[in-house]
Design a protein around this ligand. Structure first.
Ligand code: S3P
Length: 438
């Protein structure tokens, strides 16, 4: 089967209700917490993507038992110290930074060395950011250059740490929280604002984790968890997956869309604030609290007039996975949009700031970039009449999906490679798009 997609027609207008698959961050966290819980945890709407399946395979190797039927999953864990560590285990985190980094926090007490490997993209990413704090707990971590393959050997005598997390990385923060839950004493993290799903799940599970908000930071105090309760959880749907449909709708001529049951955790809705500032009509409907997370339906309409944005830095962390797709809105907005302090984008599954620039330039949109910023010279009359090929992007799922939305929104004749990259986060992406077009 060919691993590329060709698109040469814009999408027709629609007025529809859709749902997207379960949230990736929450799905992986549910798998990890459940593997350390004592007893049976059940999830529905679990994201069935390669990243999450890699997490399931990882905990199976550590002795948890798992039953999976469509997107319903049952995990039987043996408690926080109940893993059956064996010699020579290899965990393959595949494409998932979240899995590779968070699981290291759980492995700080492994009595045998565990090797962590990943795919080509993950092997280029930075694991020093995790190795450094976890070494302070007493774990011994050996990296290859700055990352994978790595080995981790735990310690029986873990000691709590004090750590300042300055990057605004939820993966670093979460990994330290997991290590703190396994260590004697009080671990204190001063963490720059980032998504807070781990903290909310800890709160819901009554774990010894306290969070105080101080301006742009969280002060998180973590103590050893004697037990972890099983977690029955209906995973809310993923705003990052929904974002492709939001932007498709905003850029189309006369369409409306309702996306059901999305996790609108305030640390994840940067895209909503940004799109609103750019003139897009978006509303939350049926807002509810679900086990500490906020969930709502998102209603969005086509926008006739889009305005450029000078994006405030404080919105960056809440939109970190959505910038590529937001850049497409900037491409059609009137004026020059400016996104700054976003060097972390180049630390993702591919160097995304570079890919954002590349896609825009291929579309005929002028950009000025530095290592940490991009200016996008929008064109409200943008129409593409040429052939565009997108390939060799390290199979970054978000580069693929952004390119598909660009093709359907602006026209031109596109050939986009590595279609199977969607399996990382949103395997039903193309099926959902086809249903919209029907
Ligand atoms: C994630 C955190 C973010 C995000 C990633 C998922 C998580 O990365 O980009 O896709 O689930 O914790 P950071 O660790 O850089 O915040």
């Amino acid at each position: 089967m060919s691993n590329f997609i060709k698109i040469s027609n814009k999408i027709k207008n629609y007025d529809k209700t859709i749902s997207v698959s379960g949230d990736k961050s929450l799905s992986i966290r549910w798998v990890l917490f459940s593997s350390m819980a004592k007893g049976k945890s059940i999830a529905s709407n679990l994201l069935l993507s390669e990243d999450v399946l890699a997490a399931i395979n990882a905990i199976k190797k550590l002795g948890a038992s798992v039953k999976l039927k469509k997107n319903h999953c049952t995990i039987f864990g043996n408690g926080p110290d109940g893993y059956k560590y064996k010699k020579n285990i290899v965990i393959n985190a595949k494409n998932s930074g979240t899995l590779g980094r968070l699981i290291m926090g759980i492995l700080v007490n492994t009595p045998f060395k565990i090797k962590i490997i990943g795919d080509k993209s993950l092997s280029k990413r930075d694991f020093k950011r995790i190795a450094e704090p976890l070494s302070k707990f007493g774990a011994k971590i050996k990296l290859t250059e700055k990352g994978l393959p790595l080995t981790i050997l735990g310690s029986k005598n873990l000691h709590s740490i004090k750590y300042v997390e300055n990057r605004g990385s939820a993966q670093v923060k979460s990994s330290i929280i997991f290590a703190g839950l396994k260590s004697e004493g009080k671990t204190i993290i001063k963490a720059k604002k980032s998504r807070n799903h781990t903290e909310l799940l800890c709160k819901h599970l009554d774990l010894p984790v306290k969070v105080k908000r101080v301006k742009n930071y969280e002060i998180i105090e973590v103590q050893k968890a004697k037990e972890i309760k099983p977690l029955n959880y209906k995973i809310p749907s993923d705003i990052s997956s929904g974002s492709f449909f939001m932007v498709l709708t905003a850029l189309s001529n006369n369409s409306k869309l309702l996306i059901k049951n999305i996790n609108i955790n305030p640390s994840r809705i940067g895209i909503i604030t940004i799109l609103k500032k750019m003139g897009v009509v978006i509303e939350f409907k049926n807002q509810q609290n679900y086990k500490g997370e906020i969930v709502a339906d998102i209603f969005i309409k086509s926008s006739k007039k889009l305005k450029a944005i000078n994006c405030p830095i404080k919105l960056n962390s809440g939109a970190i996975d959505e910038f590529l797709i937001i850049f497409l809105v900037a491409a059609k907005a009137k004026g020059v949009s400016y996104f700054k302090n976003i060097s972390e984008l180049n630390e993702k599954e591919s160097p995304r700031l570079k890919w954002g620039k590349k896609i825009l330039n291929k579309m005929g949109i002028k950009t000025i970039t530095t290592d940490s910023s991009i200016k996008i010279f929008g064109n409200p009359d943008i129409k593409i009449n040429k052939q565009i090929v997108i390939k060799n992007f390290l199979k970054d799922h978000r580069v693929f999906m952004t390119s598909v939305i660009a093709a359907l929104s602006f026209g031109g004749s596109w050939k986009i490679y590595d279609k199977d990259s969607i399996n990382t986060s949103f395997p039903s992406f193309l099926i959902k798009l086809n249903n919209l077009a029907k």
